[in-house]
Design a protein around this ligand. Structure first.
Ligand SMILES: [Fe+2]
Ligand SMILES: [Fe+2]
Ligand SMILES: [Fe+2]
Length: 459
């Protein structure tokens, strides 16, 4: 960013953040309101976003903060109204979310946030050489065969968890931001006119929307699954518990669909996601059955195992192949880029999910480690005093953190189902990049944080 653009970014970021919807909250769960998107002001200093992150830096808190803001910015293009049993509309929140002022400032900061979050893909994914439709198809088929034949890491990691039910719920929460608004980003690509291909793409889109039958709409099927799993099925109830890597999957589709210069990438990403879901949903269904028995119906996943075989084929044979035939092989590198970028983001998100679950499983060990730890002399220690009910919106740290309570009591919250209460004299290590928040549960609580420089075996 040059000086002018960084000033413009800062001014508009401040304007964007002044919305009451982004202010602190007294609860970790949003109460059926799709507009409230709490964040901590200290996580949103303009300087944090001036450069593009590398892949090794994706566990930074600025990545999470930027992905959260991008999601707010993109979703202003969607019509979101409260759903579920209590459809109470907070008219002030609704007006703030869709206000033109907020929209405008979001649009100014969007590009820099996109660079911060997605530029690393240009370095990680290198596409060279000349591609024709045969080599493209053969490459993609090989990638998809590998997925089809490999053992499911999801099934392996989640059933190996010390608490498979909580781990699976955490997984469903990670899916919720995407599945409860399923195919919304894609809606941006069915507008306009690109000949008969528009209609082919529209067929996939209306499938996702259940051909106008609400009960068959994929998001509705997922709502039922959330309810079965004893989770709240309203959009963004678990906003604070989406990891940055989960948000990246939703936002990537918005990113390449909002910027139509990336339309061909979108086609590649669509092909990857549809064709790979036909396999991955099989193991997702198996996981849910194994963990919850018959208590949670797996229709959402089973339906995709079936229909995404068609969607994958439609994306390749009815859209990509004819589009390439018509507009030339020069667009193939972009289509391939979309295919590979989304595959890569998906891999990163899987790893990040397992790392979170391993951390949730080892909270007792992390307390053990913390209690044995002696900080080096001269290490910087920050002390905080907070009063009852004070809540620290979920975030993560750029380094492993040693967190110790001097007086009072505080709840550390790692997921809606994983909390640790720490009393005076107790401590914990919070691994870097791991999502957590806190809430004071005594009249007052004093706690200290310092960097943990010891060994970490949990994650
Ligand atoms: Fe779907
Ligand atoms: Fe699909
Ligand atoms: Fe923290």
């Amino acid at each position: 960013m040059n000086m002018f653009s960084s000033l413009e970014f800062k001014e508009n970021l401040d304007r964007f953040l002044s919305s009451p919807l982004l202010g602190n909250r007294r609860d970790f769960l949003s109460n059926g309101c799709p507009y409230t998107r709490p964040c901590r002001p200290q996580d949103l200093q303009a300087e944090l976003f001036t450069k593009a992150l590398t892949e090794q830096e994706l566990d930074r808190n600025s990545y999470l903060a930027a992905q959260r803001m991008l999601n707010v910015i993109y979703e202003k293009d969607l019509v979101l109204l409260p759903t579920g049993k209590q459809k109470k509309l907070d008219i002030n929140a609704y007006q703030s979310f869709y206000s033109s002022d907020h929209y405008r400032s979001g649009e100014v900061i969007r590009e820099d946030l996109e660079r911060h979050c997605f530029d690393f893909l240009n370095h990680e994914i290198q596409i060279s050489g000349k591609w024709d439709i045969e080599s493209f198809t053969a490459y993609c088929q090989q990638e998809l065969d590998d997925i089809a034949q490999s053992e499911s890491s999801l099934l392996k990691n989640l059933t190996a968890s010390a608490d498979p039910e909580s781990a699976t719920r955490f997984f469903l929460i990670q899916c919720a931001g995407d599945f409860l608004s399923e195919a919304s980003a894609m809606g941006r690509n069915v507008l306009g006119n690109f000949g008969s291909h528009t209609s082919e793409l529209f067929k996939v889109f209306i499938d996702e929307y259940g051909y106008g039958v609400h009960e068959k709409k994929h998001s509705t099927i997922f709502e039922h699954m959330m309810t079965d799993a004893e989770l709240d099925n309203r959009l963004h109830t678990y906003w604070q518990f989406y990891t940055a890597s989960s948000l990246s999957l939703i936002n990537y589709f918005h990113y390449i669909s909002k910027n139509h210069q990336y339309f061909f990438r979108y086609l590649g990403a669509l092909y990857f996601t549809e064709a790979s879901l036909a396999f991955t949903t099989k193991s997702q269904s198996k996981l849910v059955k194994q963990v919850f028995g018959g208590r949670v119906k797996t229709k959402y996943f089973d339906e995709h195992t079936h229909i995404d075989v068609h969607h994958g084929r439609m994306a390749l044979e009815k859209i990509i192949m004819p589009v390439v035939k018509e507009y030339g092989e020069g667009i193939l590198p972009e289509i391939l880029r979309g295919f590979q970028e989304f595959a890569h983001l998906q891999e990163l998100a899987d790893e990040d999910l397992y790392r979170h679950i391993r951390t949730h499983d080892t909270l007792a060990e992390l307390q053990e480690m913390a209690s044995r730890y002696q900080a080096q002399e001269g290490a910087e220690v920050a002390e905080f005093v907070e009063s009852e009910g004070e809540l620290s919106v979920t975030h993560c740290h750029d380094v492993n953190e040693h967190f110790s309570v001097v007086s009072g009591e505080i709840d550390l919250v790692f997921s809606p189902h994983k909390r640790v209460k720490l009393k005076a004299g107790q401590a914990i290590v919070i691994p870097k990049g791991i999502l957590h928040g806190s809430c004071v549960v005594s009249k007052q609580c004093t706690y200290r944080v310092t960097e943990y420089r010891g060994e970490l075996c949990a994650s």
